[in-house]
Design a protein around this ligand. Structure first.
Ligand SMILES: NC(=O)c1ccc[n+]([C@@H]2O[C@H](COP(=O)([O-])OP(=O)(O)OC[C@H]3O[C@@H](n4cnc5c(N)ncnc54)[C@H](OP(=O)(O)O)[C@@H]3O)[C@@H](O)[C@H]2O)c1
Length: 244
């Protein structure tokens, strides 16, 4: 499968060791992109990618909360057209839980501050590209609070507002900024969710097709599409559904 806007593109994906990040890397490696940098939090994640022997894929050590890892990217990456901010963590933690502050800080570090640090570091390279873009993987829980994962929702909401702000700021540089708001899909992160879960490969393909169609906001599965419809018509109704 090819993605028209990504022909010969150089792409960095964060959180590539498993789940959706790995699905992006596998899907892109079968297309006509130039090169994929598979960001992994740990060396063992990098080794996993290396063992897969995927064409045009280079694993890079990248914990998005570590400024030193972000600084080191410049020694590996000299051309870049797309960054996919996918790295994520989640806890079943509400704001009244005893450990809410620590959990909340950790989630904000990965989803919000990590994305800002990475974008700040890579903007000079993106500005050299004639087809630059950023994809931020938020969540449908970033538009309305999920009671069971309150702190996670807040961090994904912060990423949503980062996405909107960047879109406004970077339109003058012709950098396309896309926000993605999935419902539950089948990875470690959603292991405890018991409803239907699409495969991460289906989510990755849907996101990349929507990117090429220049959709600013993507709801890549049935659950998020339905919940977004409710959100558009009656935000309070979605708040009530998610508070069950
Ligand atoms: N699965 C869902 O139902 C769902 C729904 C909506 C949105 N999302 C979002 O989709 C994205 C991908 O999640 P997933 O479902 O694929 O989860 P996953 O299978 O748990 O994978 C998460 C990935 O993020 C990496 N990561 C965690 N902390 C990191 C850090 N500090 N720096 C760099 N990488 C880090 C993990 O690395 P390690 O393997 O080294 O821990 C792993 O590669 C996340 O942003 C998540 O919030 C998921």
């Amino acid at each position: 499968m090819n993605f028209p806007h990504l022909t010969n593109a150089n792409i960095l994906v964060t959180g590539s060791s498993r789940g959706l990040g790995l699905a992006f890397v596998k899907t892109l490696s079968k297309s006509d992109v130039e090169h994929i940098y598979a960001g992994c939090r740990t060396q063992s994640g990098c080794d996993t990618i290396k063992e897969l022997n995927l064409p045009n894929v280079t694993p890079v050590l990248l914990d998005v909360t570590k400024q030193s890892d972000i600084n080191n990217l410049s020694s590996t990456i000299s051309q870049l057209d797309l960054v996919i901010n996918n790295a994520g963590i989640a806890s079943a933690c509400g704001f009244s839980s005893e450990n809410a502050l620590d959990i909340s800080k950790a989630e904000m570090d990965v989803h919000y501050f990590g994305s800002i640090s990475l974008i700040q570091a890579l903007l000079p390279l993106l500005k050299l590209s004639t087809k630059a873009g950023i994809i931020n993987i938020s969540s449908i829980a970033g538009l309305s609070n999920f009671k069971a994962m309150g702190t996670y929702s807040a961090s994904k909401g912060a990423l949503h507002f980062l996405t909107q702000g960047l879109r406004a700021e970077l339109s003058a540089d012709d950098i396309f900024v896309q926000g993605v708001y999935p419902g539950p899909f089948d990875t470690r992160l959603a292991a405890n969710y018991e409803g239907p879960k699409p495969s991460p490969i289906n989510i990755a393909e849907s996101v990349l097709n929507s990117y090429c169609e220049r959709q600013y906001e993507v709801f890549p599965d049935e659950f998020s599409t339905n919940m977004h419809q409710i959100f558009k018509n009656a935000p309070k109704e979605l708040e009530e559904i998610f508070s069950q």
